[in-house]
Design a protein around this ligand. Structure first.
Ligand SMILES: *Cc1c(COP(=O)(O)O)cnc(C)c1O
Length: 390
């Protein structure tokens, strides 16, 4: 097929548009068709088209998986129903009784899975400060089978040194998996830094338009990719062809969106850092951020998530969000529209008060997912809402 383009020599943005896309040799469609068929007929005994049942394999989902594997530099990918489905699928690669090391400020839903459901199924978790490789090294046990990395972390944008932590895991025979949702492969590629697996909530930047929930797992080796695909098929976590199609459409503009997102985020972070009502801004692009140098080394940009501590605590936060007109008061992130939320009562409400305090998530902390609107409008709206607090 003419459009069966060899990908290895192509740049990232070109692969966003073309990788995996061409699935219609009959009519030469330039857009991947949606194949909603749940089942595919056999041409004869043991003779299939390569597809037999959509939970297992589907041409539209294949297109997305090939695209994601190319963008992350992996050997294979599996697209699943949500980001949590991706994380749950990875945990099912582990043997009974396995021990997992993860950060103490991970995504709230991941924390819920790690702290409640999975311990009841026999997995054990140590939550440590992932910014401190010494603390990670000290947490290994005989049965440690997985090191879970989320960088930048949520909601405080702390960084983990991916190469250092993955080297520790490898030396001790454990798998390493990085949740790359906050940056997308445009800005960070953990497999190249030594991770075995990458997971995404494609709900966020990869789809980018706040109109689908989805997830993905990308594996560094063919053997691991096959184990992940078999596990997702057995669990039934794979995504629908419709959702795969939407995410694939979103990815085509990923580089353009990420450039616009992070330009706005840098401008908003600078504005907030200079505002009297704001006690502290957490954004890896600010020179004052403790992990700024690591961010420059490890990432291809600083991303578009930021948090800040507002003077006046929770009451001030709720007055601020009431006054804002452009920032929707909502969980989630990574869509074209700007969102603002209060981690202690929303995204991280599953954490106990003690865990919130230990992670440094205070009552005045606000998290912003900076969208792609005009930066002048975003700053003007934030300025009027902050002024109204006086
Ligand atoms: C949203 C998110 C998830 C979970 O993804 P869903 O699609 O909501 O299931 C996992 N990790 C991170 C970092 C996220 O932001």
């Amino acid at each position: 097929m003419k459009r069966d383009i060899p990908l290895d020599d192509l740049q990232f943005a070109t692969r966003c548009v073309h990788a995996g896309v061409y699935k219609d040799p009959l009519y030469n469609s330039v857009v991947t068709p949606i194949y909603p068929s749940s089942t595919f007929y056999f041409e004869g005994p043991r003779q299939t088209s390569g597809y037999d049942y959509t939970r297992t394999k589907n041409p539209t989902r294949d297109a997305l998986e090939q695209n994601l594997a190319s963008l992350e530099g992996g050997a294979g990918a599996t697209a699943v129903a949500t980001g949590m489905a991706a994380i749950a699928t990875v945990l099912h690669l582990l043997p009974a009784g396995a021990h997992v090391i993860a950060g103490n400020d991970i995504y709230g839903g991941t924390y819920r899975l790690f702290s409640s459901l999975m311990p009841a199924r026999g997995l054990r978790f140590s939550l440590v400060d992932m910014g401190d490789p010494g603390a990670v090294a000290a947490a290994f046990e005989k049965d440690t089978a997985l090191v879970w990395i989320e960088t930048p972390s949520n909601p405080l944008l702390r960084l983990t040194d991916i190469a250092a932590v993955c080297a520790l895991a490898r030396a001790r025979g454990a798998l390493s998996c990085a949740d790359n949702t906050f940056l997308s492969p445009y800005l960070q590629r953990p497999l190249a830094l030594g991770a075995d697996l990458v997971v995404h909530s494609t709900t966020k930047y990869l789809n980018g338009h706040s109109d689908v929930v989805g997830g993905a797992i990308v594996a560094g080796t063919r053997e691991l990719a096959e184990r992940v695909a078999a596990t997702a098929n057995a669990l039934g976590t794979t995504c629908s062809p419709y959702d795969a199609w939407l995410v694939l459409r979103g990815i085509k503009t990923l580089p353009l969106r990420m450039q616009a997102h992070q330009k706005n985020a840098a401008a908003l972070a600078a504005f907030l850092a200079g505002h009297a009502r704001v006690e502290r801004v957490y954004y890896p692009g600010l020179a004052s951020h403790p992990d700024h140098d690591l961010a420059r080394r490890q990432q291809h940009g600083f991303g578009a998530m930021l948090s800040f501590d507002l003077e006046g605590g929770e009451a001030a936060v709720f007055r601020l969000v009431e006054r804002l007109k452009l920032y929707a008061f909502a969980e989630s992130l990574g869509g074209v529209e700007s969102l603002i939320e209060h981690p202690a009562s929303m995204s991280h409400a599953a954490m106990t008060p003690a865990a919130l305090t230990a992670a440094g998530i205070g009552p005045g902390l606000v998290r912003v997912s900076v969208g792609v609107e005009d930066e002048r409008d975003l700053i003007a709206d934030m300025a009027q809402a902050l002024a109204a607090l006086d």
